[in-house]
Design a protein around this ligand. Structure first.
Ligand code: KG4
Ligand code: ZN
Length: 365
């Protein structure tokens, strides 16, 4: 008997308003539509996401995104089995917009409502795109998060370490701002770095001298500012070459740090799970960086792991990943009701100690 499940997903926890339809037929998933309306242009002048502007834009756009997602999937709300929505963690105004919209759709259509953790969305994406079996190791590395997760099931995660302050994407964005590049900074810093000498500035690799998988990126940003200020004091400004060299040196410091911590996470994961044919998967916008990707791939290979990076459109924020988690939760019998609330913080590993300073600027993922 063929079993078909269709889920509509909604995402609005940061600066992307998104809706998607994912269908699974006899265990094989297909993304029928994935609409993402990015808000970068609204926040570009501020060099970062402004929560009030984001919340308002989500409220204005969600309905339109849902309509487009249904239309592109060539279905109506009557054809879905459930409505999945990011109910945290994230910027609370945006999360609330999504939860309210999903509740309205659920009440109007009588369809099941399922609250989804945004981080679980990133963490389970390799199951949707590549049918990866549990357990696997995930590095989630984005503008708001940086953590290693052992993914055991749709509802069980072990945190194997992560940043104790800034996320790497945030550090890329701040570096871009310091050097007068635009927003989001990651791709701009990467393209500058291509012309730069990554060995010119000796920037720190924080916490590499300490055991464990925790990381820190805020000191790196301070060191970069100092290097820039020294150049400005010496010569009255930066040449294009100086800027490229700073970008390249910064990027290498991040890549070195992520590579070494990932190597350790691979060992811990194997100690814990003893998995045959282990997989290291990445998600989050920073996984788009070619140098970082290459370095992680090498680490995986050297430690007997298969390396998996889902297509970029599913690595960055999107609603297909939310619909997918909804689908997995549907199958395990999960259901929410109208008491579903928006949660600004929602750690995946309920037993892990809260991280120092994490989510300072809102739990953007
Ligand atoms: O996962 P994502 O789209 O959104 C959230 O953070 O929720 O990640 C965005 C982050 C931004 O900080 C951006 O600067 C960074 O990913 N990023 C990159 C690159 N492309 C995007 N960082 C480094 N290199 C890139 N090529
Ligand atoms: Zn995210």
């Amino acid at each position: 008997m063929t079993e078909t499940l269709t889920v509509l997903g909604l995402e609005s926890s940061c600066d992307d308003t998104a809706a998607a339809v994912v269908r699974e037929i006899s265990g094989v998933p297909e993304v029928l539509s994935s609409v993402v309306w990015g808000q970068e242009s609204l926040h570009a002048d501020f060099g970062g996401v402004v929560p009030e502007i984001a919340a308002r834009a989500h409220a204005e756009r969600l309905d339109i995104c849902v309509e487009q997602a249904l239309q592109q999937a060539d279905i109506t709300l009557a054809d879905v089995d459930a409505i999945a929505v990011t109910s945290g963690p994230g910027l609370i105004g945006g999360v609330l917009s999504g939860v309210m919209c999903a509740k309205g759709l659920s009440v109007g259509s009588g369809k099941r409502l399922i609250g989804v953790n945004h981080l679980a969305g990133h963490a389970l994406t390799p199951r949707m795109t590549d049918a990866v079996a549990y357990p696997y190791l995930m590095l989630l590395v984005s503008g708001g998060h940086c953590q290693f997760l052992a993914v055991h099931s749709e509802d069980k995660f072990t945190r194997l370490g992560g940043t104790i302050d800034d996320a790497p994407g945030e550090a890329f964005d701040k570096t871009a701002k310091l050097l007068g590049l635009g927003y989001p900074g990651g791709p701009l810093v990467e393209s500058e770095a291509q012309q730069g000498d990554s060995l010119r500035f000796k920037l720190p690799r924080p916490l590499l001298d300490r055991p464990g998988q925790d990381m820190s990126f805020s000191g790196l940003k301070t060191a970069l500012r100092r290097a820039r200020d020294t150049l400005v004091a010496e010569k009255g400004g930066l040449t294009l070459q100086d800027r490229a060299d700073l970008c390249a040196s910064f990027q290498l410091a991040v890549a070195d740090t992520l590579a070494e911590k990932t190597r350790r996470a691979c060992l811990v994961f194997q100690d814990m799970t003893n998995t045959d044919g282990p997989v290291l998967a990445v998600a989050g916008g920073v996984a788009a960086n070619s140098l970082i990707r290459e370095r992680l791939q090498d680490v995986a290979q050297n430690n007997g792991f298969e390396f998996l990076a889902p297509p970029l459109k599913y690595c960055t924020d999107n609603a297909a990943m939310i619909a997918w988690v909804g689908l997995e939760r549907f199958k395990s019998g999960h259901q929410d009701d109208l008491t579903l609330s928006a949660r600004p913080r929602w750690p995946l590993d309920r037993d892990a100690a809260p991280m120092l300073g994490s989510g300072k600027k809102g739990a953007k993922a």
